[in-house]
Design a binder for this molecule. Structure first.
Ligand code: IVH
Length: 670
């Protein structure tokens, strides 16, 4: 078992890494790792947190659902929290769930409502006196993004509760549901995007999320979004005895409720439903990844209550992955947005659960070695969660001896730069900030809202500027002129001037935004803030040593290696110089009071065994403290090495604390 200190450090680091991937997934709709890898990180964190609970547990990503809201939409406080669901992956787990509830409720049987689990985006809709007044995404479950205008564009969503006969309507109600995109319109949308030179969406879920999060609701209106409603939060002025009756009321009020919902008299009926819906899955016009079981009686739901962020009375039963056999023709390497090299198997096309599959991700070199995957092999592949198919295992009996082993390239296939594999990481990556495969994404990220916030410079224009060779890295933006922009196709006088102006306005960004904008792997918004607080200037960060970085509580070896490597790469160094030359000067930041040595001043006297005076000074300063040469009233510590001088006497007479080298090392966490 890990010692406590190492575990707590690993916990903080995992939280930052997961938060980084949350941003990529939820806010940028551009996931960098597979769901399985994400789940693995989450599981590792959950395990560690269970063994070593700490004070920050409440704000851990394991306790949150999704990511914090985007800065660009107004925040919306959900009147009652939007919960998530516990998962079951086997029949056994479904039966366990039912047994647990029966025990807790001291009853012999429980009846449920079974519903398809749609793969979309959860929303909360507020209706006051029957009128739709506000709608928001889930966000972190407590606070979401106000996307009212965009929701209003979804034609299937009634903006007023329909009155039927004498039946009353609630004076206030939060209605919960899922915004999604059907498979056919999703395909069409992607075809159109490719034709227009835009990046296609990875899957219908990402397309739905990207569409609902448009600042301009006219764009949302053109996207084929659908919605199903499946529950409520707060309700005033009326009550329902069962979930089933509640769904019937929603339907009667005009809301789209999934036609496949069913009442199930016991858990066996639920399991039959699960199998039936699983078999019909590929015939449905939308993606589902399982079914949801909910206790039908609302009184019983109430008694059972919640456990952390999940209601005890509901369960998401996930479908198993679908598998098929095929052969690998070739293994190619793709360079991803962050320079990650992903080996991809090109295979004989095969139908997996209704979808033709000819590519499978091999994730990384370790995975290939572990599974001993070779070119020419016959393999079992699976498609889980509708994303990228993967190889489960090789059928060795089918080997002919002609199969070839795969080797990771030593240089980037896109730009010829050296490929690096960081210690402790499974991925190989191209760390060249100017790699064309990464560059367009880098520039888009650099200019984006949370980063340098350069208005008017979106994905399309970034790519256009790059392709026209007007820029080759983010720093080149600052050398653009209006005349150069006018050379571009369809670039008008006024918009060119506007772009030059907004680029100019971005020259003195807050330090953390600038650090985030650089697109250093694993450095999301939160880590960028920590770095800005600790180092105060970009110059300090650029020369930060491994020990300075790992001295920060929440930063471990993985993030550290990535930062050091980034500023070490000659091409990145050149880009940083160009920023300087262009007059891009991030605002300096006062080194944070949260730094462990903030406000503490040190005086060294005598020789130290473990380090020189300059090293000690640097460490203290990087941790937010100061070092002076003479003892004054403001001195916090005098560090006495061997053969200390008169400073010790002065400290003694002024009552200032004298510490040994050993105590000093403890203080700096060594
Ligand atoms: S009920 C407290 N019902 O799955 C109950 N969720 O993993 C919370 N989802 O956030 C949700 N179909 O986005 C519920 N029929 C359904 C659903 C459903 C899809 C999504 C929803 C939720 C997530 C939880």
């Amino acid at each position: 078992m890990m010692d406590k200190e190492t575990a707590l450090k690993k916990i903080s680091e995992l939280r930052n890494i997961i938060e980084y991937h949350n941003q990529r997934y939820y806010q940028q709709d551009a996931p960098e790792i597979s769901d399985a890898e994400y789940d693995q990180l989450m599981r590792e964190l959950q395990n560690l947190e269970a063994q070593f609970p700490d004070d920050d547990l409440a704000s851990s990503p394991t306790q949150r659902i999704g990511a914090a809201p985007l800065a660009k939409f107004a925040s919306f406080n959900h009147p009652s929290p939007m919960l998530s669901l516990a998962n079951a992956f086997s029949e056994e787990e479904i039966i366990d769930f039912d047994n647990r509830l029966k025990r807790l409720a001291s009853v012999d049987n429980i009846s449920y409502v079974a519903e398809p689990k749609l793969d979309g985006l959860a929303v909360n809709l507020i209706f006051e006196k029957g009128v739709f007044t506000k709608g928001a995404t889930r966000g972190d479950g407590a606070v979401g993004e106000d996307v009212t205008q965009n929701l209003k564009t979804i034609t299937a969503l009634p903006l007023k509760i329909k009155k039927s006969g004498q039946a009353a309507i609630p004076s206030f109600i939060e209605i919960r549901g899922e915004v999604y995109m059907e498979k056919a319109p999703f395909k069409k949308l992607n075809q159109r995007r490719v034709k227009d030179g835009e990046e296609p969406f990875a899957n219908p879920r990402n397309a739905a999320a990207g569409s609902l999060r448009q600042l301009d609701s006219k764009i949302t209106a053109r996207r084929p979004l659908s919605i199903f409603l499946y529950g409520i939060g707060n309700i005033q002025g009326m009550n329902f005895p069962t979930h089933w009756e509640l769904l019937q009321a929603l339907s009667a009020w005009g809301f789209p409720v999934n036609k496949l919902i069913e009442q199930a008299k016991d858990i066996n009926a639920c399991i039959r439903y699960f199998n039936r819906i699983g078999n019909a899955r590929d015939t449905l016009p939308y993606d589902i990844d399982g079914v949801v079981l909910k206790v039908d009686s609302l009184a019983l739901q109430n008694t059972l209550g919640n456990i952390s962020r999940n209601p005890r009375w509901a369960l998401a039963c996930k479908f198993p992955a679908q598998q098929e056999t095929t052969t690998i023709r070739e293994i190619i390497v793709q360079v991803g947005r962050m320079g990650t090299l992903t080996p991809v198997a090109l295979m004989e096309p095969v139908n997996v659960g209704g979808v033709m599959v000819s590519r499978a991700t091999l994730h990384n070199e370790d995975e290939i070695i572990k599974k001993d995957i070779r070119i020419g092999d016959t393999v079992i592949i699976q498609r889980a969660g509708d994303v990228i198919p993967e190889v489960v295992n090789v059928i060795e009996e089918k080997r002919t001896g002609k199969e070839k082993k795969f080797k990771m390239p030593a240089i980037c296939p896109e730009c010829g730069s050296e490929i690096v594999r960081f210690e402790g990481e499974v991925a190989h990556r191209c760390v060249n900030i100017s790699c064309p495969a990464q560059l367009k994404e880098h520039i888009r990220h650099f200019a984006s809202r949370g980063a340098m916030d350069i208005e008017g410079l979106g994905e399309k224009l970034s790519a256009q500027l790059f392709d026209a060779k007007l820029i080759s890295d983010p720093a080149d933006l600052y050398f653009l002129t209006k005349d150069k922009l006018l050379e571009l196709d369809r670039q008008a006088e006024k918009s060119s001037q506007n772009l030059i102006d907004s680029i100019g306005r971005s020259k003195n960004p807050p330090l953390d935004k600038f650090i985030y904008a650089l697109g250093i792997r694993h450095v999301g918004e939160r880590t960028a803030k920590l770095l800005a607080e600790r180092f105060g200037s970009i110059e300090n960060l650029m020369v930060a040593k491994i020990e300075d970085l790992t001295a920060i509580n929440e930063i471990g070896p993985e993030i550290t290696a990535s930062i050091v490597e980034f500023f070490h790469e000659p091409k990145n160094k050149a880009v940083m110089k160009k920023f300087e030359k262009a007059g891009v000067i991030p605002q300096k930041k006062e080194i944070s009071r949260n730094a462990p040595l903030a406000g503490k001043s040190f005086v060294f006297t005598g020789a130290m065994e473990s380090m020189g005076r300059n090293d000690a000074k640097e460490i203290v300063e990087n941790m937010g403290g100061t070092v002076n040469s003479s003892v004054t009233k403001k001195t916090t510590y005098v560090v006495a090495g061997t053969e200390p001088g008169s400073k010790v006497d002065k400290a003694k007479s002024s009552g200032i604390k004298i510490i040994s080298e050993e105590e000093f090392l403890k203080l700096i966490g060594k």
